[in-house]
Design a protein around this ligand. Structure first.
Ligand SMILES: [Zn+2]
Length: 276
């Protein structure tokens, strides 16, 4: 399978133990990586032995290119040894290739998931890891309640009108910064309903021809962005004034400042620039 998908998800190691196995250990929410000059790289099993990290909460995530990958936490009293640096997850979107960034994100999400489910949400007893090779779950030995890792889906949509795109300034953005429309999916709502609702609520227009664009786990703190394109149907822009304070149609040559990153929001704007 590794020739088909570089990453193979698994709760248990898929390959025999190797000095090259990949480790994504966090210390106080920051990932420890190897650094040499401007280059950073993910830690390997052999590095763990060299640096003698005190690890806890280790979980297998699966394997990348045939090497097992692990999520772990480095205990608090950690002094960064020479050759090791610790990073917030966000700058790693630029520093790591996509597959490695997603694994770094998965590692932190798994650690946070266990941390937030130490006690049963139903009866308050201690939760335990489910000893099951085919699923990752925590269960309560007292009442049987089981919980699985969760993510919060959010839609993000580029709306076009002829050769223009709708961009909006959110009150929390830095001055002059614009983006496409985004919002969390409500319980019991389809993605398409959410796209229509968010756009209508935030800028007061109706849209048509909603098409899937792509998705991106966005672990800040645990979102899953589902990207769409759509076309303007009718209505005048009327911002909600709460979240969105200004929105307008922009042609490719008039696009205001936007955050250039590897986020799907930036990708949607790049897509518009390429195709219009
Ligand atoms: Zn319980």
């Amino acid at each position: 399978m590794k020739d088909y998908m570089r990453f193979e998800a698994s709760v248990v190691p898929l390959y025999s133990k190797s000095a090259e196995d990949l480790w994504f250990p966090y210390n106080n929410g920051k990932l420890a990586v190897k650094s040499k000059g401007d280059e950073i790289s993910i830690l390997r099993r052999k590095d763990l032995e060299e640096f003698d990290f005190k690890l806890a909460h280790t979980q297998c995530m699966g394997a990348l290119d045939g090497y097992n990958c692990f999520s772990s936490e480095i205990k608090d009293n950690f002094k960064t040894p020479s050759g090791i640096e610790i990073y917030d997850l966000k700058p790693l979107t630029f520093l790591l290739e996509e597959e490695l960034f997603l694994l770094a994100a998965k590692s932190l999400l798994l650690l946070n998931w266990e941390k937030c489910h130490r006690y049963c949400g139903v009866c308050g007893y201690y939760m335990e890891r489910k000893n099951n090779e085919s699923e990752r779950a925590l269960f309560c030995p007292k009442c049987g309640y089981t919980t699985w890792p969760k993510t919060s889906p959010a839609i993000i949509v580029a709306i076009t009108k002829g050769d223009q795109i709708l961009l909006a300034h959110n009150k929390n953005f830095p001055k002059g910064m614009y983006s496409v429309i985004a919002g969390f999916v409500e319980l019991g709502e389809t993605f398409e309903q959410c796209v229509r609702r968010e756009v209508y609520e935030e800028v007061g227009i109706r849209i048509k021809n909603i098409k899937y664009f792509g998705s991106q786990p966005w672990p800040f703190p645990n979102s899953m962005m589902i990207g769409f394109t759509a076309e303007y149907l009718d209505g005048e822009i009327n911002v909600d004034g709460e979240e969105i304070v200004h929105a307008d149609w922009f042609s490719k040559d008039e696009i205001p400042k936007y955050k250039k990153s590897k986020s799907i929001g930036a990708e949607l704007i790049e897509w518009f620039k390429r195709t219009h």
